[in-house]
Design a protein around this ligand. Structure first.
Ligand code: ZN
Length: 202
C-alpha cells in the first residue's frame, strides 16, 4: 500500500545525514548520544528488530507540506528526524519507528489492524491515542471507511503508530491520549499479538 507517511516535499529538500556511521553494524545510528539514550528505553520494551540501518537525528525546523511537524519517518532514506522537545522524544520515537513496522507488516497484518479500527469506528469510538491520528479521524467521512479511501488508510497507519507510541513510548498520561477507555484493551491485545514471538521487521 505504499508509503504510510508521506513527507515527499520535505524529503526532497533535506540534505543527507552528515554524520559518518560507525563501522559496527547496528540497526540504529544516532547523531546524538541523548537521542540514543531515549531511543534505547523504547527499544528495551520491544522485541528484537530486523532491517537495514536507520539514522536518527534532530532536524530543527522540520516541516511537511502542511507546516511544521514534530518528527518525520523517511522510509526510503531510512531516517527518523525530530523537531520536538526532548521530553517528547521517547513517545515520538516509538511513533516514527512503527511507521517502518507498518510499512513492513504485510497486508494481512495491516488489514487486521484496519478491521479493529473499523469496528471502533462503527461503535462510535471517540478520541485517539495521538494528534496525528486524531485529526485524520476527525476528517473522515463514512464513504472513506466504506471505500477504504486513501484518507482512511492514512488514518489507520497513523492510528497504528499512535497506538505503538501509547504502548511503548514510556508516557502513562498525555493530553493526546483521548481514546475512550473501553476501546483501549483491544488495541493493547492486538499489539501483543503483533509483536509476540517475532522479530519486528522495520
Ligand atoms: Zn505518523
Amino acid at each position: 500500500m505504499g508509503q504510510a507517511f508521506s513527507l515527499s516535499g520535505a524529503e526532497k529538500s533535506l540534505p543527507h545525514p552528515t554524520v559518518t556511521p560507525k563501522m559496527a553494524p547496528a540497526l540504529f545510528r544516532f547523531a546524538e548520544a541523548s537521542l540514543q539514550r531515549q531511543a534505547r528505553l523504547v527499544l528495551g520494551r520491544l522485541p528484537p528488530m530486523l532491517g537495514l540501518p536507520v539514522f536518527v537525528e534532530r532536524f530543527p525546523g522540520l516541516r511537511d507540506r502542511r507546516g511544521p511537524v514534530d518528527a518525520g519517518a523517511f522510509l526510503h532514506q531510512r531516517r527518523i528526524a525530530f523537531n520536538c522537545p526532548a521530553r517528547e522524544i521517547e513517545r515520538i520515537f516509538a511513533h516514527e519507528l512503527f511507521h517502518f513496522a507498518w510499512w513492513r507488516a504485510g497486508n494481512p497484518a495491516r488489514r487486521s489492524f484496519e478491521r479493529l479500527i473499523e469496528d471502533e469506528w462503527k461503535a462510535g469510538a471517540r478520541g485517539e491515542l495521538g494528534w496525528s491520528s486524531q485529526w485524520r479521524k476527525d476528517a473522515l467521512r463514512a464513504a472513506d471507511v466504506r471505500r477504504r479511501s486513501r484518507r482512511w488508510r492514512e488514518y489507520c497507519a497513523e492510528s497504528f503508530c499512535d497506538t505503538a507510541a501509547w504502548l511503548y513510548g514510556g508516557v502513562g498520561r498525555h493530553p493526546a491520549f483521548t481514546l475512550e477507555a473501553r476501546f483501549r484493551p483491544s488495541r493493547r491485545a492486538w499489539f501483543r499479538g503483533f509483536v509476540k514471538g517475532r522479530q519486528l521487521s522495520i
